[in-house]
Write a protein that binds this ligand. Structure first.
Ligand code: GLY
Length: 405
């Protein structure tokens, strides 16, 4: 540094976050709150998968077999939402549409009902709060449901948030907290002395940083310069989503839907998320088609066909938007959080179907890791190293009597 111009070179950030979706932004905001100097690289921060997502906080109704460990993290994050929403709204001066409306998951035919019974059994075994209702009881709660509804699960603890507002509020909170934004893609991770040292951006900027967080959603596995063994095994899983406009409820009357409604219609998962703003989000397809984000006639047809069967009156509503996004899928459907085997490089990616739900806990975990070097207890099962070739090799060579049961 030139002695006569001590401020000519701005200090390097302590942390460079690659990716400004909700996961990158919450990491940046929470890390800045711990006194770290933070920069984010993203051409359009606040976009990404959250711009498409419906925003269900569905730890209980979106439970799947084999995801019991993930359930613990999902529930931990759901519990943090009320406080998180309050803190973020105060820090940003913006509302995030956190709505404690509960969820009703319903079945339309005998197969759907059998599927829902299985889900209910799993929920009960997992100690979760979920109540079985008859078709009549479901329609009493939501009169717009088709008369053919065979039964359902009432889950009063699965709420919703508006992901676009969440992203906007995180962006504002980051700016107020002094996070510096570089509106360009990170093209290459740089390393020095065997550790991550920053990134080269598409606009030619070279950014040095004490620690780097790769939070690029489905693109996280594509950053050049990341050693092969450390690249996260994240893939894009396409979801097509529709937005419709709800009618204003008549004075003193019932809204079109008063809670999130989910269903499996002839094996296809479907959800409808009614917002206080009058938006109804209808999703979603799940397609393994690489980087394709085309909205297809077939995708829209299937969503509307199944939704019409569930709620016949829905086809009267104005269709205002159709869009496709890419979920960052991981091999075990769970996120990769914390340090990698390359010193100085951390991951916050692979959140798959649960990015919006996991935003609060991800921010807390990543800030703790970045500020103290310690991985909090709740994040330890989600270490990126569980996918590293070294860890997998050790598992393969373990003697049978040493295998976990
Ligand atoms: N969590 C909803 C979805 O991934 O479609």
């Amino acid at each position: 540094m030139h002695p006569l111009h001590p401020s000519a070179t701005p200090p390097h950030p302590d942390v460079l976050v690659v990716g400004g979706g909700i996961i990158g932004l919450v990491t940046a905001w929470r890390a800045a709150g711990r006194g770290l100097r933070v920069a984010v690289a993203d051409p359009a921060p606040g976009g990404g998968a959250a711009y498409v997502a419906a925003g269900m906080l569905a730890a209980v109704t979106e439970l799947h077999y084999g995801e019991e460990t993930l359930l613990g993290l999902n529930l931990a994050s759901a519990r943090r939402y009320p406080r998180f929403a309050q803190e973020l709204e105060e820090a940003s001066g913006q509302r995030i549409g956190y709505r404690r409306c509960g969820t009703l998951a319903v079945a339309l035919d005998a197969d759907d009902r059998a599927h829902l019974r299985e889900l209910h059994a799993l929920q009960v075994r997992s100690g979760l709060d979920s109540q079985w209702l008859t078709g009549r009881e479901c329609r009493r709660l939501e009169p717009m449901l088709a008369p053919g509804v065979r039964g359902g699960l009432r889950v009063d603890g699965d709420h919703q948030v508006d992901p676009r507002r969440l992203a906007g509020a995180l962006l504002a909170a980051c700016e107020r907290a002094g996070v510096v934004f570089h509106r360009s893609w990170a093209e290459r991770l740089t390393t020095a002395g065997g550790r991550a040292s920053g990134a080269e951006l598409a606009d030619g900027t070279r950014l040095a940083a004490g620690q780097v967080v790769l939070a690029g959603g489905s693109r996280s596995g594509r950053l050049a310069g990341v050693p092969e063994a450390v690249l996260p095994p994240v893939r894009p899983v396409k979801g097509q989503v529709l937005r419709l406009r709800l009618p204003d409820p008549p004075p003193g009357g019932r809204p079109f839907l008063s809670r999130t409604v989910r269903a499996v219609v002839r094996g296809n998962p479907l959800y409808l998320v009614p917002r206080e703003s009058g938006e109804l989000v209808l999703g979603a397809t799940s397609e393994e088609l690489g980087w394709d984000t085309t909205v297809t006639a077939g995708g829209v047809y299937e969503l509307l066909r199944d939704a019409h069967e569930l709620i016949p009156g829905l086809t009267e509503l104005p269709l205002t938007e159709s869009r496709a996004g890419l979920r960052p899928g991981s091999p075990d459907n769970a996120p990769l959080l914390g340090p990698t085997e390359l010193p100085g490089l951390h991951l916050a990616t692979g959140h798959f179907r649960n990015g919006v739900l996991l935003t609060p806990v991800t921010g807390d975990v990543m800030a703790e890791v970045l500020a103290t070097g310690t991985v909090p207890e709740e994040a330890r099962p989600f270490s990126p190293t569980r996918f590293s070739p070294t860890a997998r090799g050790a598992e393969r060579t373990r003697a049978p009597e040493e295998q976990p049961v």
